[in-house]
Design a protein around this ligand. Structure first.
Ligand code: ADP
Ligand code: MG
Length: 189
């Protein structure tokens, strides 16, 4: 049941005053984990440092506490896992194994571009969970630019279509929390 979270982050530690663009009622609803029961997705979009990974871990922890199996990894690591399975001819088995997790979290879509093979694998991951299991994705890129990161506009569009059909899309705007903390520290000196 390990979720492989890269750090300990909680929703309780998340300072909502720093992020007015995030609706509190929406966050509170997601924290109940009922979206997982309904196999709905959550997409967190926004610039670096805005708190996407923190929120993804925090919501993942909530879902795990609610009794759902959760698996967290970066987009690159998900692709590495699928590529290895594909190369040894067991992609279907791997996708089936991943489907045992009620919620998978894919962090950092957009930082590292994928080639067409990787994009196809990613599409298959999304398609294999469609209406069956939840996906939470974080990305620094708006949907309109996913074609760049997946080096294929058609595959990107088909993937987004499936992802957002039953989903909460949170578009976060504001300053980087890292930059803000640094500025506040400097102001105190
Ligand atoms: P992103 O994934 O969007 O690039 P992170 O979630 O990694 O950003 O946030 C950067 C750092 O700032 C992390 O240490 C995170 O815990 C912290 N952070 C971001 N937003 C908040 C917030 N609103 N309240 C508390 N900590 C925050
Ligand atoms: Mg992040």
């Amino acid at each position: 049941r390990t979720a492989h979270f890269p750090a300990i982050k909680t929703i309780e530690d998340f300072n909502l005053d720093h992020l007015p663009s995030l609706r509190r009622d929406v966050l509170a609803h997601l924290a109940t984990g009922t979206f997982v029961a309904k196999a709905e997705n959550v997409i967190l979009l926004g610039p670096p440092g805005i708190g996407k990974t923190h929120l993804a871990i925090g919501l993942g922890v909530k879902a795990a506490h609610a009794g759902y199996s959760v698996l967290f990894d970066t987009a690159s690591n998900w692709i590495a896992r699928l590529s290895a399975a594909h190369q040894s001819g067991r992609l279907e088995a791997e996708l089936k194994k991943i489907r045992r997790y009620k919620l998978i979290i894919i962090d950092e879509v957009g930082y590292i571009p994928f080639d067409q093979d990787a994009a196809n694998l990613f599409f298959q991951l999304v398609a294999s969970r469609y209406e069956l299991g939840s996906i939470m994705v974080t990305s620094n890129l708006p949907f309109g630019r996913w074609g760049e990161t997946f080096s294929d506009d058609v595959v990107a569009a088909a993937m987004i279509d499936r992802l957002v059909h039953h989903a909460e899309v949170l578009t976060l705007t504001g300053d980087s929390y890292r930059t803000r903390q640094r500025r506040e520290l400097l102001a105190k000196e």
